[in-house]
Design a binder for this molecule. Sequence first.
Ligand SMILES: Nc1nc2c(ncn2[C@@H]2O[C@H](COP(=O)(O)OP(=O)(O)OP(=O)(O)O)[C@@H](O)[C@H]2O)c(=O)[nH]1
Ligand SMILES: [Mg+2]
Length: 297
Amino acid sequence: MKSGFVALAGRPNVGKSTLINNLVHEKVAIVTDKPQTTRSEIRGILTNDDLQIVFTDTPGIHKAQDRLGARMNREAADVIQGVDLIYLVVDGSVPFSKGDQYVLEMVKNAGLPVFLILNKVDQMSKEQIIKNLASWQTKYDFDEYFPMSAKFDTDFQDLVETTAKYLPEGDLLYPADMISDGAENFRIAEIIREKVLECLEQEVPHASAVVIESKKFRKGACYIQAMILVERAGQKAIMIGKKGSMIKKIGMLARKDIEQLLQKSVYLELFVRVEEEWRSKDSRITEYGYGGANRTL
Ligand SMILES: Nc1nc2c(ncn2[C@@H]2O[C@H](COP(=O)(O)OP(=O)(O)OP(=O)(O)O)[C@@H](O)[C@H]2O)c(=O)[nH]1
Ligand SMILES: [Mg+2]
């Protein structure tokens, strides 16, 4: 059988997490319309009779504004060094920019096979797709080209079969029935963070972190207490909202998704606390599980 590792790399918001979820038929990574949603490496595993692909989602590579951003970029760079194949995911519906050039150089330097995933073709005309693909072809001689819509396509067979050709012969890397290697508490915290990103705008969601404080299973239900950390008192007030309306909304949306994940009734209690400048503190970033937390410990 064939088995190996594939990294999904690219700029923020291009659809890497959307693609990994659809490739493994499970929501292993959170998805939002805001850049820098993914803060750490997340694996999704696809296993067939004669094939196992370990896909690794990575944080979007961007111009870092703080220590968290720098660590997210380094995490992405580290991941692409240690795989068999890279998917460079790009948003085909926007013009090539300096940011694309930067990511392309990084990917080229890894010296590995690279597929260009030209994503979001559902937002493009046929002419635009052809033109854009031709333009990317002049930038680098990619091993394969896949124009697609990670969000709306339903069949990824061609991509999976072509990927298999680039992987070595090998045994299972994970148990055959495993789809995510993410710790349950981290996945629950990420679901809550997804709702924070969905419900709030501008700086507040980016200044937020989520940690699970306790999780107990009792009489077929799950009781969870989670802490949302923000950097300033003003952000805490926004997170809680008028008479607690915002935190209630976040909790309600998150609970539904956590129930799906755990297949149980969930009682979710959310708390908000200020942890000043946590995005500048390595110890905090690591404690919350972001930016290569597992690598730097
Ligand atoms: N129209 C369209 N939207 C897409 C497609 N793929 C992803 N999106 C949207 O693009 C936004 C970003 O998607 P993500 O999957 O979170 O992007 P990402 O590359 O993981 O972003 P970061 O984690 O911030 O690096 C979301 O609003 C998605 O719904 C696509 O094929 N077509
Ligand atoms: Mg992502």
